[in-house]
Design a protein around this ligand. Sequence first.
Ligand code: NDP
Length: 323
Amino acid sequence: MTISTKVLIIGSGAAGYTAAIYAARAGLDPIVITGMQPGGQLTITTDVENMPGFPDGVQGPELMEKMRAQAERFGTRIVVDTVVEVDLSARPIKAVTDNRDVYEGETLIIATGAQARWLGIASEQRFNGFGVSACATCDGFFYRGKNVAVIGGGNTAVEEALYLANLAAKVTLVHRRDTLRAEKILQDRLFAHPRIEVIWDHAVDEVLGDLEPIVSVNGLRLKHVRSGAPQTLTVDGVFIAIGHDPAVSLFQGQVELDEAGCIKVDQRTMRLTGTDAPAWAAGDVAGPVTRQAVVAAGMGCVAALEAEKYLAAITPAAQAQAA
Ligand code: NDP
């Protein structure tokens, strides 16, 4: 099946839904293809305390549900499917989904977000899903009353540690330096928590565990970053929270990337640079990697308004006037 639209949006996080709200209100009948995680990364967070307009905070899934409903209210069509191929050189731009449907967009807004980063050691892969996770809100439940470790020193790591401390008997945050980069308010909560301990200046050397009778984690071998001295930590689960990588693989070879691996855009218009494709990018995929819902939403708004301007300029009436 081939479906055509003026504005095709890939991704359904804060950037994608906000772009859809603006495009729909402009009468452009946008289509959002959600990807494998409708609602994006905010659906796996709990309290969002810094979203303006929510003085008492809001749960991530509820926030995304509201954004989706707002996009639909103005006529956005939301398709639960995953784009597996994109051709930015085609006019209209073509996207093929997992269901083998073809979507043609006069314009494209890329809002594919970012994915959790992994340490890249073999044992992490071996126990992935069996004691190793990158999402405390998804998997924390399995560690009630147990001991867990969180790896990382940014906002994500501290938020994950605080979340897990409500469930686990003990949480150990392992960080490779002696200071955290997380916001002060989060650090204060972390240091004040009676069930959280921090191990500074250590990297993970290996995730320890059994493969039989069931695959399970029972510890971590850590290494001091300067002396190399080993240390074993007894834990039942490990949560990796070392940042995110922008989801750009669909567009490899068709877009310019910056040094952080984000799609390069004109910072004023969010339009892709280095290509004449009528395509914009918004949210974590477009960086800078601030990973804030409000920033992603702002980028989505700009992208949709710019796509609207582009479409208005290519109408026959506008072209006749320009001639
Ligand atoms: P960050 O990039 O901020 O932090 C990643 C952490 O992981 C750093 O402490 C880094 O160490 C560590 N790290 C990176 N690679 C490795 C590795 N290979 N081994 C061990 N440790 C590693 O990522 P976050 O996901 O925490 O946050 C990204 C952005 O999103 C930030 O701007 C953050 O503020 C924002 N954010 C905001 C939230 C909020 O407002 N509530 C919630 C979550 C994220 P080092 O410090 O040594 O570099």
